[in-house]
Write a protein of this length. Structure first.
Length: 117
């Protein structure tokens, strides 16, 4: 199983980025897909979740209204559209795939997002 994130980079305050997470080796549509982030010296933080079933998405409080998570099961890919970026969004962003039954979980290697003021 591989999860490969891409799309990170250095942007200015207020700009946008779109992250992608391409999955292989798993039945993608059966997995909840989640974006996490971790800033230096801070704990890993949930950013957004798109479930395997249904359309209810969950967002962390700090990104509500600015970030949008989506998935394309035909392409085995999940996306994170990030708008109105602020320096506090600077972190490594990780993709996570999780099934509850059976319980399995996979992580990507992360992609760096840096927002300068």
């Amino acid at each position: 199983v591989q999860l490969v994130e891409s799309g990170g980079g250095l942007v200015q305050l207020g700009e946008s980025l779109r992250l992608s997470c391409a999955a292989s080796g798993l039945a993608f549509s059966r997995y909840d897909m989640t974006w996490y982030r971790q800033a230096p010296g801070k704990e890993r933080e949930l950013v957004a979740v798109t479930p395997s079933v249904g359309s209810s998405r969950v967002y962390g409080d700090s990104v509500k209204g600015r970030f949008t998570i989506s998935r394309d099961n035909a392409k085995n890919t999940t996306y994170l559209q990030m708008n109105s970026l602020v320096p506090e969004d600077t972190a490594i962003y990780f993709c996570n795939a999780r099934r509850i039954f059976p319980h399995v979980e996979y992580w990507g290697q992360g992609t760096q997002v840096t927002v300068s003021s």
